[in-house]
Write a protein of this length. Structure first.
Length: 369
C-alpha cells in the first residue's frame, strides 16, 4: 500500500469580486485548494506508476460522525477541480475511484512551533473497480478553512490575537462552543458582532424561527417539510463583512451563471442582509425550501453527510481603494431533511470588488437533528 503525507498551510485569499446585498467572489478557496492540488499530483503519479487509466470517479469525503459536518462536499469539489487541472479525466464511467474521510486534529504546523494548531486531516483513498484499496494519501491543512469545513458551531477569533493564542482559542471553541442565542439570533460568542437568524416565509410575512442550544451548545431550529426560509446575516461591527454561506455543505452560489460559485455576501456595517435562496444570477434566485434528501441540492452535489446544517463564515472586507479595518493585520489579504430549490424569487444583486481578511467568526445552525 502506498502512503504519502503532506502538511499544507492554508493562508487567507486576497482579492474578491462581490455582489450587493451583496456578493463577493474569490478566486477559489486557495487555503484548501493548494493542499488538494498536491494530493491530485500524487494521485496522478500513483496511477502512472501502476499503469492505470488516467480516468477517475470522485465520491464522498466524509467527516467523522462526531463532527456532524457537511463540509466534505467542498473537499470533493476541490479535489475534482485539482484532478482535472493535473490532467486527469473525472467522470462516472471510470473504474478507479477516489473517496475519503477527514477529522480535526491538534498538531504542530511547523517543527519549530512550541504549540499545537488546529488542523484538518484529510485521507484520500484510491480504490479499484471492485472497491479494493490501492493506496491512501493523507494531508494536513491548517488555517481558517479548517473552521469552515468542520462546520464549527461557534468560533470567534480576533485577528490581532497572537498566533499561539488564536490556535488555543480555536481549539477551545471547537471543544466547548461558546455559541449563544439572543432574541432569535445565533451568535458564535456573546460579544461577537456577527450572528445569523432564520425566518420562515408565511405568504407576505416573515416569521422568526428562534434557535435553541442543545447540551453540546449547538444551535438548532425547527424547520418543517415544505417550509421556505430566509437566512438573515447580521453585522453590528463598524466595518463591512464578507460572508460565506453554505447550506448542507453546499455554497449558495453553486449554480451561479454570472458569478463564481465561491462568491460571498457583503453586509454593510451595522446592517443585516437577507438571503432568500440559492443565487442563480443577478436577477434570479431559487428559494431555500425544506424537502427530502432525494430532491436536495446536496444530493445533486454528491453530499450525503451532515445534511441539515446552515453555516456562515464572517470576515472583514473593504474597497481595494479604501481603508482596511484598524484591527485587520497588514498583508495579503439521505433521509432526513435537506434544502431544495424552491420557487423563483425576484432578488437583485450588484457586483462589487473588495479585498477581505481572514475568517473572524463561524456560526452554524442545524435544522435536522
Amino acid at each position: 500500500m502506498t502512503k504519502r503525507s503532506y502538511s499544507i498551510i492554508a493562508w487567507p485569499v486576497v482579492v474578491v469580486l462581490c455582489l450587493f446585498g451583496c456578493l463577493r467572489s474569490a478566486r477559489g478557496d486557495e487555503l484548501l485548494d493548494q493542499g488538494l492540488a498536491m494530493m491530485a499530483k500524487e494521485i496522478k503519479a500513483f496511477l502512472q506508476e501502476e499503469k492505470l487509466p488516467s480516468k477517475v470517479i470522485v465520491g464522498d469525503f466524509s467527516g467523522v460522525p462526531k463532527l456532524k459536518t457537511s463540509g466534505g462536499v467542498e473537499i470533493s469539489r476541490s479535489i475534482k477541480s485539482q484532478l482535472e487541472a493535473a490532467g486527469l479525466t473525472v467522470n462516472d464511467d471510470a473504474d478507479t475511484q477516489i473517496m475519503g474521510k477527514f477529522k480535526l486534529v491538534e498538531k504542530r504546523q511547523h517543527p519549530q512551533d512550541e504549540f499545537d494548531s488546529l488542523a484538518l486531516e484529510i485521507l484520500a483513498l484510491v480504490l479499484d473497480g471492485n472497491g479494493d484499496e490501492l493506496a491512501e494519501l493523507p494531508i494536513s491543512v491548517f488555517g481558517s478553512v479548517v473552521l469552515q469545513i468542520s462546520g464549527a458551531s461557534g468560533v470567534d477569533i480576533p485577528p490581532t490575537m497572537p498566533e499561539k493564542q488564536q490556535q488555543e482559542r480555536m481549539i477551545e471553541h471547537v471543544k466547548n462552543p461558546p455559541t449563544r442565542t439572543d432574541q432569535g439570533k445565533t451568535k458564535p460568542t456573546a460579544t461577537s458582532p456577527y450572528s445569523i437568524e432564520i425566518l420562515v416565509v408565511r405568504g407576505n410575512q416573515l416569521e422568526k424561527r428562534p434557535a435553541t442550544l442543545d447540551q453540546q451548545k449547538r444551535a438548532n431550529v425547527e424547520l418543517h417539510q415544505g417550509e421556505e426560509y430566509i437566512v438573515r446575516l447580521h453585522n453590528t461591527a463598524n466595518f463591512e463583512t464578507a460572508v460565506t454561506l453554505t447550506i448542507d455543505g453546499v455554497d449558495m452560489f453553486v449554480d451561479a451563471t454570472d458569478a463564481p460559485s465561491n462568491s460571498r455576501i457583503i453586509v454593510a456595517p451595522g446592517k443585516y442582509a437577507d438571503v432568500p435562496g440559492w443565487y442563480i444570477s443577478k436577477t434570479s434566485t431559487k428559494a431555500f425550501q425544506i424537502g427530502g434528501y432525494e430532491q436536495s441540492v446536496a444530493k445533486r452535489q454528491g453530499n450525503s453527510n451532515g445534511i441539515g446544517t446552515i453555516t456562515a463564515a464572517f470576515r472583514a472586507s473593504w474597497d481595494p481603494n479604501g481603508k482596511r479595518p484598524d484591527d485587520e493585520p497588514a498583508g495579503a489579504p439521505k433521509g432526513g431533511k435537506a434544502t431544495t430549490q424552491g420557487r423563483d424569487l425576484a432578488k437583485n444583486y450588484e457586483l462589487v470588488t473588495r479585498d477581505f481578511g481572514d475568517v473572524r467568526a463561524v456560526v452554524s445552525v442545524r435544522y435536522d437533528r
